[in-house]
Design a protein. Sequence first.
Length: 146
Amino acid sequence: MLAQPLPTHAYIPGQNERHPEDTFDAVRRTAVQGQTAEQLAQCEAFQAGLRFLDVGFYWEAHEVLEPVWMVLPQDSAERRFVQGLIQLANGCLKVRMKKPKAALRLVEQARGLVPAADASITMMTLEVVEVHRWIDALEDKVKSAL
Protein backbone atom coordinates (compact mmCIF):
# COMPACT_ATOMS: atom_id res chain seq x y z
CA MET A 1 0.00 0.00 0.00
CA LEU A 2 1.07 3.55 -0.71
CA ALA A 3 0.08 5.12 2.61
CA GLN A 4 -0.87 8.46 1.04
CA PRO A 5 0.53 11.26 3.23
CA LEU A 6 -1.76 14.03 4.33
CA PRO A 7 -1.94 16.87 1.82
CA THR A 8 0.01 20.06 2.45
CA HIS A 9 -3.25 21.99 2.81
CA ALA A 10 -7.00 21.57 2.58
CA TYR A 11 -8.14 22.96 -0.75
CA ILE A 12 -11.18 25.23 -0.50
CA PRO A 13 -12.41 26.37 -3.93
CA GLY A 14 -12.29 30.13 -4.30
CA GLN A 15 -10.21 30.54 -1.15
CA ASN A 16 -6.82 28.95 -1.75
CA GLU A 17 -4.65 27.19 -4.30
CA ARG A 18 -5.67 23.85 -5.75
CA HIS A 19 -3.26 20.92 -5.53
CA PRO A 20 -1.23 20.09 -8.65
CA GLU A 21 -3.32 17.99 -11.05
CA ASP A 22 -1.40 14.73 -10.47
CA THR A 23 -1.16 14.93 -6.66
CA PHE A 24 -3.52 12.04 -5.99
CA ASP A 25 -3.05 9.99 -9.18
CA ALA A 26 -1.08 7.15 -7.58
CA VAL A 27 -3.56 6.62 -4.76
CA ARG A 28 -6.55 6.97 -7.13
CA ARG A 29 -5.12 4.14 -9.26
CA THR A 30 -5.40 1.71 -6.33
CA ALA A 31 -9.15 1.46 -7.03
CA VAL A 32 -9.18 -1.07 -9.87
CA GLN A 33 -12.11 -2.22 -11.99
CA GLY A 34 -13.01 -5.80 -11.12
CA GLN A 35 -12.05 -5.61 -7.44
CA THR A 36 -14.74 -6.72 -5.01
CA ALA A 37 -16.29 -4.28 -2.58
CA GLU A 38 -14.23 -5.93 0.16
CA GLN A 39 -11.01 -5.40 -1.80
CA LEU A 40 -11.96 -1.80 -2.59
CA ALA A 41 -12.65 -1.17 1.09
CA GLN A 42 -9.01 -2.10 1.76
CA CYS A 43 -7.47 -0.19 -1.14
CA GLU A 44 -5.44 2.93 -0.47
CA ALA A 45 -7.93 5.21 -2.28
CA PHE A 46 -10.76 4.25 0.07
CA GLN A 47 -8.62 4.23 3.19
CA ALA A 48 -7.03 7.61 2.34
CA GLY A 49 -10.49 9.02 1.63
CA LEU A 50 -11.70 8.00 5.08
CA ARG A 51 -8.58 9.44 6.69
CA PHE A 52 -8.92 12.71 4.76
CA LEU A 53 -12.60 12.97 5.71
CA ASP A 54 -11.75 12.34 9.36
CA VAL A 55 -9.11 15.06 9.57
CA GLY A 56 -10.81 17.77 7.52
CA PHE A 57 -9.43 17.37 4.00
CA TYR A 58 -12.88 17.30 2.40
CA TRP A 59 -12.11 18.18 -1.23
CA GLU A 60 -9.24 15.72 -1.12
CA ALA A 61 -11.49 12.99 0.36
CA HIS A 62 -13.87 13.41 -2.58
CA GLU A 63 -10.95 13.28 -5.00
CA VAL A 64 -9.71 9.87 -3.78
CA LEU A 65 -13.11 8.31 -3.01
CA GLU A 66 -14.45 9.05 -6.48
CA PRO A 67 -12.50 6.31 -8.29
CA VAL A 68 -13.72 3.77 -5.71
CA TRP A 69 -17.30 4.84 -6.40
CA MET A 70 -16.68 4.66 -10.16
CA VAL A 71 -15.51 1.03 -10.16
CA LEU A 72 -18.15 -0.37 -7.81
CA PRO A 73 -21.00 -2.18 -9.59
CA GLN A 74 -23.82 0.04 -10.83
CA ASP A 75 -26.85 0.04 -8.54
CA SER A 76 -24.97 -1.71 -5.72
CA ALA A 77 -25.48 -0.77 -2.09
CA GLU A 78 -21.73 -0.24 -1.78
CA ARG A 79 -21.70 2.23 -4.67
CA ARG A 80 -24.53 4.24 -3.09
CA PHE A 81 -22.73 4.08 0.25
CA VAL A 82 -19.48 5.50 -1.17
CA GLN A 83 -21.49 8.16 -2.99
CA GLY A 84 -23.01 9.03 0.39
CA LEU A 85 -19.53 9.43 1.86
CA ILE A 86 -18.59 11.69 -1.06
CA GLN A 87 -21.69 13.82 -0.49
CA LEU A 88 -20.84 14.00 3.21
CA ALA A 89 -17.37 15.28 2.32
CA ASN A 90 -18.92 17.77 -0.11
CA GLY A 91 -21.32 18.95 2.59
CA CYS A 92 -18.44 19.52 5.00
CA LEU A 93 -16.63 21.46 2.30
CA LYS A 94 -19.72 23.64 1.67
CA VAL A 95 -19.77 24.53 5.37
CA ARG A 96 -16.16 25.72 5.08
CA MET A 97 -17.15 27.71 2.00
CA LYS A 98 -19.93 29.33 4.05
CA LYS A 99 -22.69 27.81 1.89
CA PRO A 100 -25.01 26.30 4.52
CA LYS A 101 -28.02 25.81 2.21
CA ALA A 102 -25.90 23.76 -0.20
CA ALA A 103 -24.46 21.84 2.76
CA LEU A 104 -27.96 21.03 4.03
CA ARG A 105 -28.98 19.74 0.58
CA LEU A 106 -25.87 17.49 0.58
CA VAL A 107 -26.72 16.23 4.09
CA GLU A 108 -30.06 15.01 2.77
CA GLN A 109 -28.44 13.41 -0.26
CA ALA A 110 -25.89 11.62 1.94
CA ARG A 111 -28.60 10.40 4.29
CA GLY A 112 -30.60 9.04 1.35
CA LEU A 113 -27.61 7.14 -0.05
CA VAL A 114 -26.39 5.50 3.17
CA PRO A 115 -28.47 2.48 4.27
CA ALA A 116 -30.83 3.04 7.18
CA ALA A 117 -29.06 3.29 10.52
CA ASP A 118 -28.85 -0.18 12.02
CA ALA A 119 -26.19 -0.92 14.59
CA SER A 120 -25.63 -4.37 13.12
CA ILE A 121 -24.77 -3.28 9.55
CA THR A 122 -21.16 -2.85 8.51
CA MET A 123 -20.41 -1.70 4.99
CA MET A 124 -16.94 -1.37 3.50
CA THR A 125 -15.36 -1.61 6.99
CA LEU A 126 -17.61 1.11 8.48
CA GLU A 127 -20.53 0.74 10.84
CA VAL A 128 -23.49 2.35 9.09
CA VAL A 129 -24.79 3.78 12.37
CA GLU A 130 -21.47 5.64 12.78
CA VAL A 131 -21.75 7.17 9.31
CA HIS A 132 -25.25 8.36 10.23
CA ARG A 133 -23.75 10.00 13.32
CA TRP A 134 -21.33 11.89 11.05
CA ILE A 135 -24.22 12.99 8.84
CA ASP A 136 -26.29 14.06 11.87
CA ALA A 137 -23.33 16.03 13.27
CA LEU A 138 -22.92 17.86 9.98
CA GLU A 139 -26.64 18.61 9.88
CA ASP A 140 -26.52 20.02 13.44
CA LYS A 141 -23.53 22.19 12.50
CA VAL A 142 -25.28 23.49 9.39
CA LYS A 143 -28.56 24.22 11.17
CA SER A 144 -26.76 26.15 13.89
CA ALA A 145 -25.11 28.27 11.16
CA LEU A 146 -28.45 29.17 9.48
